[in-house]
Design a protein around this ligand. Structure first.
Ligand code: KG4
Ligand code: ZN
Length: 514
């Protein structure tokens, strides 16, 4: 596939898929290594179809395969696929792909080439909410080494983790390296033992996941592998130190995407092991909760904190930086998800929360009525599926011209409904808990209306309101370091048994033994 093929490739893509890749995405894919991109072309040079894959050291991924509509059924897809699979066989690698379960043509083709179903990825396709079928094909016997799929999925029996971790013995003198990789940000930070941040580096994967309309777990893991060493080096460089000057290492061990978490945990454990340093396992939510007092060290406790991100909407009472109690949470979508889905319906950018916020600043929030989820319920819980559905039906009943004309007013009204739910429930919970302080964390804490409204309503109620700077709201490693300083310390070699965990309950620091 050459750059001059891209126009034809984009046309074929657009005719085949509901959520086509753009030309810029293909251009970026051409720069990716180790990549596989081929086109099938007629002698005159017209492109008939194409295949894009990635050839990782342990496994190959088929990312995109399409054939021009007029030439389907001639075996062109099969030729492109067989060339890719033949090479995978020679390299002894398994091939992984995702496909819509309703795409009978594709399923037939993949089935005929030995792909079998591995798993269902729930609600993977954002345009229809359809699940994705994950399929795998092992290399043909006798053609190369073993496709080591079991290798990284398998577990070794862990050694014993001390059950009663001695919190009193956690203190250390010197520098702490903290690592975060639970979702789509690769992050590292260096803090001193007083909790001051010397450096904090975050590498966002938004530009990678944008083309899929959401975070793809395998792609996220790979991107963490590719970047983590550089991110850690950069954090050390900015803190003007090297590995030999570190006194401790911390990492997010859960909750999150398991493949993504593993990269950070293994990196941290490797650094800790190499210098026999202590390791601090951190729960990602405890990290978000630490952001407000990281930004303001003299914060008054207890406090009620709203954690609102793309994956979570939680109201939590914090006693003393180490004791947490869940007061309420969303019953369906997270607040960030509601912003992102709204942005998608309005045709804004990715992930969309920030773009919707910017557009809403120019509109009138009283223009359209949107339901405020759980408004009449006394419980400190949230629901955002109603407001999202209301937006869907509102836009469906409008012409394209009306949608464009009212876009800012719609965005303002939609944002208002989400923020009102967040602010009213947070304030009500804080009053009920009789705390002096209310705080907000997570990516949605960047929302300009939420910041204004919470400051206003909290101030009105006579409470101290903590709103951390944006860099500490979205996923970052500085907050993980701040939480680690309050968490359990594991000494060498006990932490070698600690694994990552996709689900880790609030208050839990160390995943249960496998
Ligand atoms: O905490 P975060 O970086 O990652 C997760 O753990 O999810 O949060 C990202 C979320 C996304 O849904 C994003 O759209 C949203 O935070 N977000 C915003 C704004 N900036 C980021 N939502 C509303 N208004 C914003 N200004
Ligand atoms: Zn997060």
């Amino acid at each position: 596939m050459r750059p001059e093929d891209l126009s034809a490739v984009v046309q074929i893509e657009a005719a085949c898929f509901g959520q086509p890749w753009t030309k810029a995405m293909f251009a970026e894919e051409l720069r990716q290594e180790p990549g596989w991109r081929t086109v099938a072309a007629e002698q005159q040079g017209a492109v008939l179809g194409f295949l894009i894959g990635r050839c990782y050291a342990d496994e190959w991924h088929l990312l995109d395969l399409a054939v021009t509509q007029a030439r389907r059924g001639e075996g062109i897809g099969g030729i492109l696929l067989d060339e890719f699979l033949g090479s995978a066989d020679r390299a002894g690698r398994s091939v992984l792909l995702e496909v819509r379960p309703g795409n009978a043509g594709a399923l037939g083709l993949y089935g005929s080439r030995g792909f079998t179903s591995l798993a269902l990825r729930r609600g993977y396709y954002p345009d229809t909410g359809e699940d994705a079928l994950v399929m795998i094909r092992d290399p043909r016997a006798g053609t190369g080494g073993s496709g080591d799929r079991q290798g990284h999925a398998g577990r070794t029996a862990p050694a014993t983790v001390p059950a009663d971790v001695d919190r009193a013995a956690r203190s250390f003198e010197g520098l702490l390296l903290a690592i975060e990789s639970s979702c789509d940000d690769s992050a590292a930070a260096v803090l001193n033992s007083r909790g001051e941040v010397l450096s904090s580096v975050t590498h966002s994967q938004d530009s990678i996941h944008e083309r899929y309309g959401g975070v793809v777990p395998e792609v996220a893991s790979r991107a963490h592998v590719e970047r983590m060493t550089a991110v850690v080096s950069e954090a050390l460089r900015l803190a003007e130190c090297n590995v030999d000057q570190l006194a401790a290492v911390a990492a997010t061990v859960g909750p999150g995407l398991i493949g993504a978490l593993l990269i950070g945990v293994q990196t941290a454990k490797a650094v800790a092991w190499s210098r026999r340093l202590p390791f601090f396992p951190v729960n990602h939510i405890h990290g978000h909760l630490a952001a407000p007092w990281l930004a303001q060290s003299d914060a008054r406790f207890p406090m009620v904190t709203l954690v609102a991100s793309g994956g979570h909407t939680l109201l939590i009472r914090i006693e003393d930086r180490t004791t947490f109690r869940l007061l309420g949470q969303t019953l369906d979508d997270a607040a960030g998800e509601a912003f992102d889905k709204g942005a998608r319906l309005l045709g804004l950018g990715y992930p969309g929360g920030r773009e919707l916020d910017e557009l809403a600043e120019k509109g009138d929030p009283a223009s359209f009525p949107f339901p405020i989820g759980m408004r009449r319920s006394p419980r400190p819980d949230f629901s955002f599926s109603g407001v999202k559905t209301a937006l869907y039906y509102l836009l469906r009943g409008m012409t394209a011209e009306e949608r464009a004309r009212h876009a800012a007013d719609i965005a303002a009204s939609y944002r208002q409904a989400i923020v009102e739910a967040l602010v009213s429930k947070t304030l009500r919970a804080a009053k009920q808990e009789k705390v002096p302080t209310v705080a907000v964390a997570g990516g949605v804490a960047a929302n300009s209306l939420l910041r204004r409204r919470l400051a206003e309503a909290g101030g009105h109620a006579g409470m101290e309101v903590l709103i951390p700077p944006f860099a500490y709201c979205t996923d970052n490693a500085a907050m993980i370091g701040a939480a680690a300083l309050r968490g359990p310390r594991l000494d060498y070699p006990d932490y070698l048994a600690v694994d990552a965990s996709a689900s880790l309950a609030l208050g839990q620091w160390i995943p249960a033994k496998a």
